[in-house]
Design a protein around this ligand. Structure first.
Ligand SMILES: [Zn+2]
Length: 104
């Protein structure tokens, strides 16, 4: 076995960890990725649909909705979809704000 195989593996693991951190940070910057950036929806039913519509930001796997909660963050009522990736198992939350459709 080549003498340098272990450092190379360790280097790859570090790069992989950094990639995951970058992806995670990017995901938080997306709409709905953080409480201060909620996605706007018109009904709670839309939360379930929208939350699971986009794939896992880390591996592209399908996300499963584990919990649909209501939370107040900074005085604003938010819906939080807690998701878990079916492939890599990472959990993440997406934030939504219910807005009333204007009736005419
Ligand atoms: Zn994943």
């Amino acid at each position: 076995m080549p003498r340098d195989s272990r450092p190379v593996r360790r280097q790859r693991a570090r790069e992989q960890a950094r990639l995951v951190r970058d992806q995670e940070r990017l995901a938080r910057l997306q709409p709905g990725g953080a409480p201060e950036r909620p996605l706007q929806v018109e009904s709670p039913a839309q939360v379930d649909v929208v939350a699971t519509a986009s794939p896992c930001p880390l591996c592209g796997g399908t996300l499963r909705l584990e919990e649909h909660a209501a939370e107040r963050v900074g005085g604003v009522s938010l819906r939080v979809a807690r998701l878990r990736c079916r492939r890599c198992g990472i959990s993440r939350s997406r934030y939504f704000r219910l807005v009333n459709r204007e009736l005419h």
